[in-house]
Design a protein around this ligand. Sequence first.
Ligand code: SIN
Ligand code: FE2
Length: 200
Amino acid sequence: MTVLTVNGFTIHKGRIGPEGQEAMVKAIRAVAGAAPLFSPLTPWGRPMRVKMTSAGRYGWYSDRRGYRYIDRHPSGAPWPSIPEPVLAEWRALVPGTRLPDCCLVNFYGRDARMGLHRDADERDFSFPVVSISLGDAATFRMGGPSRADPTRSVMLESGDVVVMAGAARLAYHGIDRIRFGSSRLLTEGGRINLTLRVVD
Ligand code: SIN
Ligand code: FE2
């Protein structure tokens, strides 16, 4: 395992081994069984390319009214609880920090990407964000506090975990593209990203 720091983002390469990844995928399949993946609409009314669901007290949501957290899946069902192996990563990487109340599950199919954005819908930015990558590799772009700041990219692979804290907590970031089929973790291909946040 190696740890890189890029623009204040801490990247734990190869943090979760193959068995841990399998266990996490199994747990996330159960989450998506109870709270099915959906394509949120952007505030401009277009469906996002990344499919999403959540676990925890809150789920991240977007539609024409904007970005926000909601306390139920759009179906009305409560969000499932955050799987223990996922919480274990939070405990290990940001020890002593209040447990997250949202695990956003992002699923990237072949052509999905995520434009540069900041995670800024939470109440208190002193809490870190922990982000886990599973499945196909993806190019992760990291900038600074303003959209125009220069960016650097790294390839995130299955089992890598990123911590966004301090200056990086409000830095712009996004996924340019995934290398579809580069991992065999997900039988149908694609990439899962789990983002853990303290919301309120
Ligand atoms: C995100 O910023 O919400 C997702 C990042 C990723 O997919 O690695
Ligand atoms: Fe983000």
